[in-house]
Write a protein that binds this ligand. Sequence first.
Ligand code: FAD
Length: 483
Amino acid sequence: MRFAVIGAGMAGILSAVKLREAGFDEVTVYEKADRVGGTWRENRYPGVACDVPSHLYSYSFELNPQWSHLFSPGDEIQKYFESVSSKYGVEEMTRFGDEVIECEWLERGCWQIRTRSGHDAEVDVIIAATGVLHHPSKPEIEGMDDFGGSMFHSARWDHDLDLDNARVGVIGTGSTATQITSALAGNVAHFDLFQRTAQWILPQENPAYDESQRAAFADDPKSLEDIHQQFSTIFAEGFADAVVDADSPQIHLIADACLSNLEENVPDGELKESLRPDYVAACKRLVVSPDFYEAIQRPRTSLVTSGIDRIEKNGIRTVDGVLHELDVIVFATGFQADAFMRPMNVIGRNGIELAEVWTDRPNAYLSISIPEFPNLFMLNGPNGPVGNFSLIEVAELQFDYIFQLIQCLDSGDATEVSADPAATRSFEADRVEAAKSTVWVTGCRSWYLDDRGIPSAWPWKFSRFQEEMAAPNMDHWDVRSPT
Ligand SMILES: Cc1cc2nc3c(=O)[nH]c(=O)nc-3n(C[C@H](O)[C@H](O)[C@H](O)COP(=O)(O)OP(=O)(O)OC[C@H]3O[C@@H](n4cnc5c(N)ncnc54)[C@H](O)[C@@H]3O)c2cc1C
């Protein structure tokens, strides 16, 4: 069988490794950039790090004894993906600098792929590993074109800039803005954090693994497997299962820890109140940081809570009339989390276009498959557990599930497989219902919420995800066999 894997980030690398391991040798990975790595290739801002423990944020088949920290920095994660890709020959399977712009299902039962460079290919199966947090989202602010300094999104950091003597303004207060604040506040001429919404901050130390600990992991692979499993359990029980139950004891523990962090580490009453969110902890994606409150109180650092009125040549003017003079403006404003495969033009059976199917919002059965788009499978697709679990764990479970469908095609038992429309509707109805008891709907604005205010995420526990991913329920699949 011929495969196209679109994207060479974490999920695309995984797919290429697994398909080759299974003996498929007609696998082409399409990557529009010039290197593997996806998120970790693009997000190289100061302070970037994982907020899932590194020994969990690792492929289960390639555990890494050398992680430097409990939550390792982004450049280490990027190197990890590069080394896995080299070890398993993923680079040789990849067409770099070639963006897939169109996939069309042909009546004779295969996909036609077209890339920006004009390359055409026919394949039997597509794995879309195009990412979730991939397309930067930048607000339109009046006067943006007038700014005289440097201005960029956090995923497009300008590494040529010398920031030591720069006045830096960061817009946003999510995980990225928090990490940038910890890295830059006090270390540049002046640092302004423009806050629209305060965040709860879960205090979490980030200890380094010393040489002897790393050597011990290297000498004893079983200990690496154990720590991977331990973190998986701790993360699932302490966090992932908590966010889907707004009344769970763990949510109260998280809330208490965040509250104590604020109360104990911000003595100034006015600053403390400015930093106090008015919603339940973990309603927005929980920010984890060992030192954000300390960082925001460093010299030459300000928290700006007045709304942004406009951008001018010399900086940002807030609605209270104050001009905050800046040399650099960073948009730590997140990503278009509902884009998924788009803007790729995907045309399924009978000419049906993905753009039409997803007009209102993206949807898929189990985040993996869309009715009438046969033999096309997504990793980290719509409404998946994007903020709940380690996305590597998610992608591995999803891949194993997809692989069972691929085997069904490979054996000749079926020629086309895609989600059954009724099963997809029923799954979506259950998902929307379950979302009502999650912490994400307890009264905050966040990127989890779709245009109806429904979280576009997996609203059940990790164990349910594992159970669903164990084996496809073939009654929920539209399987067409050779005639
Ligand atoms: C700053 C940041 C921190 C994060 N921290 C964590 C964390 O701590 N834990 C966690 O679990 N997750 C985290 N995430 C989520 C992270 O995105 C995933 O963990 C993971 O890296 C996603 O891998 P992916 O392969 O699905 O997508 P991506 O890494 O986004 O890779 C997608 C790839 O597809 C390519 N591509 C897209 N469209 C096309 C096309 N049409 N043609 C060719 N190539 C294409 C892209 O160039 C990219 O290389 C974080 C995300 C960000 C932005």
